[in-house]
Structure formats: C-alpha cells, structure tokens
Design a protein around this ligand. Sequence first.
Ligand code: SF4
Length: 213
Amino acid sequence: MSAPGDQDSREFKRWIPHDDDESAERRQEFDRLSAQPDVIDFLRGFYQRVDEALAEYQPRCTNRGHCCNFARAGHRLFVTPIEVAAFRRAYADRWLSAEPAAGRCPWQVDGVCTAREFRPLGCRVYFCDPQAQAWQNEFYEARLRELKQFMADQGIQYRYEEWLSALSVFSTAASGSRHPGPAAGSLRPAAIDPSGSSTIQLTVVNNLPARPA
Ligand code: SF4
C-alpha cells in the first residue's frame, strides 16, 4: 500500500464532519441503539459468523496494526450505526477518546486491537495480504447487505459513517467541546454515505489506489 503524502495527511485532518449539534444527535442515536438487546445479540452472532467464514480464506495479517493508522495507511474505515452502538456498549467502561484529526484508531495499542470482540465488520474483513484482494470486496459487500437488511427489518436508518468521527461523538457531546472543524471556505466532505455504496469498507483518501498494491 502506498503511504499517503503530505497532501493526503492534510486532507485527512480536514475531514472532521461533526459540529456539536450533529454530535449530540448521533450520540443519542447510538445510545438508543445500544440499549436494544436485539441489536447487540444480532451483532454478536453476525461477527461470529463473519469470523468463521473468514477463517476459510486463511488471510494473513502481517502489518501489526498499520491499517488502523488510517492517516498513515491512506484509507478510512466506514461503519454502520449498529456497529458503533454495539462497540460503545461493549467498551463504555474503558472508553478511549477518538479524535478524527489524529487519523488513527485509539483502540490499537502496540500493534494489537484491544477491542477485538466488537470491532467493526471492516476491521475483520480488511487484509493487506495480496491474496485477500481476490475475495474481500465481494465478501464485504455480502456481509454489509446483511447488516443493511437487519437494520431495515428493525426500522433503523442506514448510514455509512467514518469510524473516528462516529466514535468522537462520545467525547464531544459529553464534554461540550468543539472540534476545530474544516477551514473556512474549504469543502466539507460528507461524513455519511446514505447511498449504500460500499466498495469502501476502508475508503481511500484522495487519489490513492482503491486497493492496496
Ligand atoms: S477497532 Fe481494532 S481493528 Fe478496528 S481500527 Fe480500531 S484497533 Fe483497528
């Protein structure tokens, strides 16, 4: 995978979507979902099935958490609201503040994910192992359709949200602090992809190739 250059890093830091009102709204939604036992039970079973199916491909992980440093790796992680909700419920008692501008997931410590049980779908499916390129997009799309179907069945609005921005609402909404936000006059990249287009479980920033080389 190509390392992003300076320009890519700047673009990443500019991508800070939530103001206080949005953060409060998103947090309310995540809290509401995390209080629903059906959501948590579904995701626990869903992740287990995903892991079992993945095991058949025998993908290799050799980068020791490089992919969790999104700014450095040049991609972003997108998730659904129920994944954020389940993650929050599972780890609320040892919560780590996420800062979108930092560009890395705080749950990765010394090359290891410290939140493995409820890490999102994208974290499970993404491997920079070249052998994984042949199957992981299709695999991911199929599982994302499952998540969407569950959400539709439950009457939950589908969104596709950037991971660090989603996590950060638990810090900003609670403290009332403001993100710095995009520079005046700059474009404000969308935080949410409601279209459902999802070839981007780990979307690439700017012009980096969509798949790791
Ligand atoms: S939840 Fe775990 S696997 Fe996913 S980005 Fe964070 S540290 Fe990496």
